[in-house]
Design a protein around this ligand. Structure first.
Ligand code: GLN
Length: 453
């Protein structure tokens, strides 16, 4: 813990942490040492972790990367983090993220952008660590924690992991409790870890997962020993290669990496099968209706009365308006406006209801593939390697949204997905592959991802 605190201090330039909690960390580490000396201790005893600032931590400021929560200190602990502390983990601090987890580059945070520790060959220009869990991916890649919590609504665990050469899993919707995690789009949000290896992911997920009566969408089924799945043979498994993921303009090196990944799985005894997910092309536009719709509803609670920031006005209406104008950044305001629009009378059927129907079709596509005996699906994780800070999405937000083209389908269908490093780009940057699994079958993902890693 002491070594990580020192490394964090030396790497403040990355802006990965929005809050360091050294006193708490050292006290937790000491308690762990004492437990271990008595021959006790949990599965994560003494392991120092970073916590995405979307997870409520009791008595420790929790901002969701937003000005509107700049002074919010929760009186409660999220279920997932309380399970990590139950198992002995140590909290190093709170990690930066896109404001309310809306973004793919960690550039929408009110606390400023995060840099990746990676650089293009022969260049010193700062690169994004992906988003929205950019503090988590950067901190893990720069060894500023052993592992980190993250959240994934449309790719925010997998895309940052792919950009930083780390591993991240979004478990099946319902696998982890969302209680105490700041809500973005409740029907898509899931918690999960980012860590250096597949095995570390498996160990962390086991502690994070589990039924919680406080989240009625969390599912009451046993959490397997995920670590036991790491290294298990994949001989005879059927791996689907979906033709719709061969998108227009896909860089040759991404396509080549995908092919290599398939070869490695074949060499390990898996059978490759061509599959079709015909509604894939509608996933991104439908996601960017469903997610803002839910966000506009979830973010209605930040009104200057109940949480965080309050900017006074002459009456309550003016106070609401001033608080929300000062508290929310540009991307969050854009999402609230889109969401309110697609939910409004007259447009609801044309946009929101239609997007929900598309969601059902996407889910069915996967069900049909899995009904053919396919165990997991292999795709690229992202359409490119990491880009520079300030390089994308300035004039056209859709340019940024396109980053999520391979990841959003998984959230729309509620399935588990893992991103695993698979090689380097021509510029020497990490590239990841994604494996998509059957509902509640994270174990297969760990077994298959281990072969690629
Ligand atoms: N990049 C996507 C978005 O901005 C996904 C974010 C996420 O998964 N939290 O909505």
């Amino acid at each position: 813990t002491g070594a990580f605190l020192k490394a964090m201090e030396a790497a403040r330039g990355l802006n990965a942490y929005v809050l360091e909690t050294p006193e708490q960390a050292l006290a937790m580490a000491k308690a762990s040492d004492e437990k271990l000396a008595r021959g006790q201790g949990g599965a994560l005893e003494g392991l120092p972790l970073g916590i995405k600032d979307l997870y409520a931590t009791k008595g420790v400021r929790t901002t969701a990367g937003s000005n509107i929560l700049c002074n919010f200190v929760p009186a409660y602990e999220s279920t997932v983090t309380s399970q990590l502390w139950r198992d002995g983990a140590v909290m190093l601090g709170k990690l930066n993220n896109d404001e309310f987890a809306m973004g793919s580059s960690n550039e929408t945070s009110a606390f400023g952008p995060v840099s990746s520790p990676w650089r293009r060959e022969g260049s010193n220009a700062a690169l994004v660590p992906g988003g929205s869990s950019g503090g988590s991916s950067s901190a893990v890649a720069a060894r500023l924690c052993l592992g980190a919590t993250a959240t994934d609504t449309g790719g925010s665990i997998r895309q940052p992991a792919a950009f930083t050469g780390t591993v991240g899993i979004k478990p099946t919707y319902g696998r982890c409790s969302r209680w105490g995690i700041v809500a973005f789009a409740s029907s898509l949000d899931q918690a999960g870890p980012i860590a250096r290896t597949v095995r570390d992911n498996a160990i962390l997920l086991r502690s994070m997962a589990g039924h919680d009566p406080k989240d009625t969408t969390s599912v009451d089924i046993a959490v397997p020993d995920y670590e036991a799945a790491v290294g298990r043979s994949i001989k005879g498994m059927k791996i689907g290669i979906p033709k719709e993921y061969r998108v227009d303009g896909m860089p040759a090196e991404i396509e080549a990496l995908w092919g290599k990944g398939a070869e490695w799985l074949k060499a390990a005894g898996a059978e490759l099968v061509d599959v079709s997910l015909p509604h894939t092309k509608y996933a991104l536009p439908a996601y960017y209706i469903v997610a803002p719709a839910e966000a506009s509803s979830n973010l209605a609670r930040y009104d200057g009365v109940r949480y965080g920031l309050r900017v006074p006005g002459k009456d309550i209406q003016e106070m609401y308006e001033k608080t929300r104008a000062a508290g929310f950044g540009k991307e969050v305001r854009r999402r609230i406006m889109i969401g309110a629009y697609v939910l409004s009378a007259g447009y609801y059927d044309a946009y929101y209801v239609k997007a929900q129907k598309i969601r059902t079709l996407i889910k069915r596509d996967f069900e049909e593939v899995y009904a053919q005996g396919v165990h997991a699906i292999l795709t690229p994780a992202t359409p490119s390697a990491a880009f520079g800070i300030g390089e994308k999405g300035g004039a056209d937000p859709v340019e940024m949204y396109l980053n999520d083209v391979f990841t959003v389908t998984v959230n729309m269908a509620g399935l588990p997905g893992i991103a695993v490093p698979a090689g380097l780009s021509s510029e020497g940057l990490p590239l990841g592959l994604q494996l998509i699994g059957r509902p509640f079958d994270e174990e297969t993902l760990f077994s298959v991802a281990e072969v690629i890693e």
